[in-house]
Write a protein that binds this ligand. Sequence first.
Ligand SMILES: Cc1cc2nc3c(=O)[nH]c(=O)nc-3n(C[C@H](O)[C@H](O)[C@H](O)COP(=O)(O)O)c2cc1C
Length: 188
Amino acid sequence: MNQTVVIYESKYGSTRRYAQWLAEALACPLFERKQFSPKYFAQYQMILYGGGLYAGGLSGVRLITQNWSLLSDKHVILFTCGLANPDDPDNIAHIREGLSKTLSAEMMSSIPFFHLRGGICYPGLSLVHRTMMAMLRRMLLKKAPSERSAEDQLLLATYGKTLDFTDRAALEPMLAHIRALQEAGSIG
Ligand SMILES: Cc1cc2nc3c(=O)[nH]c(=O)nc-3n(C[C@H](O)[C@H](O)[C@H](O)COP(=O)(O)O)c2cc1C
C-alpha cells in the first residue's frame, strides 16, 4: 500500500502544479482537498498538504486543523504557495506569523513547513481577489517609499501583470526531507 498522499487546494493553479510534481516524484496518490474525505486519512502514514496563501491564510488548511485528532500518529507536512519570495527570511517570518493565527502552537512546532513561490495572473483574478489586490495597492501607495519592503515594491512594480515563479527544483528540500522520513520509517 502506498502510505504517502498529497492533498492540495489551489485557486489559480500554482499549488496544483507543485502538488502534481510532488505526487509524481513520490509516485503517490494526489487529491484536491474537496475530493479528500477525512475518513481516507486512516489509509496513510504521511500526509502532505499544500495550499495557496491568501491574506496570510493557507487555503483549505481546515482539513488538517479540524481533523488533527485523526493525525496524531502520522507525519503531517505542510507546504505554502505564495507570491512572497521564500528566500527572504522576513517573508518566512511573516508567513509563519499568518499561519499561527489558524494553527495551534502544537501544530506550529510539530509540523514541518515548506514555502514555495507561486505566481499571479491579475487579468484572471476573481472580482473579489482583484478588489483585494487593488485595496492592497492603494494601501502600499500611501506608505512612504522608504518604508516599503522588497515585497511591497515588487507588488507595486508588477501590479496588473502576470508572474510565474513556479519552479520544480524548489521542491528538492521538501523531497529530501520526505525521503529521509520514508527511509527511516519504511513509509511507502
Ligand atoms: C487576494 C490575494 C491575496 C494574496 N495574499 C497573499 C499573501 O498573503 N502572501 C503571499 O505570499 N501571496 C499572496 N497572494 C498570492 C498567491 O498566494 C499566489 O497567487 C499563489 O500562487 C496562489 O496559489 P494558487 O493559484 O495555487 O491558489 C495573494 C493573492 C491574492 C489574489
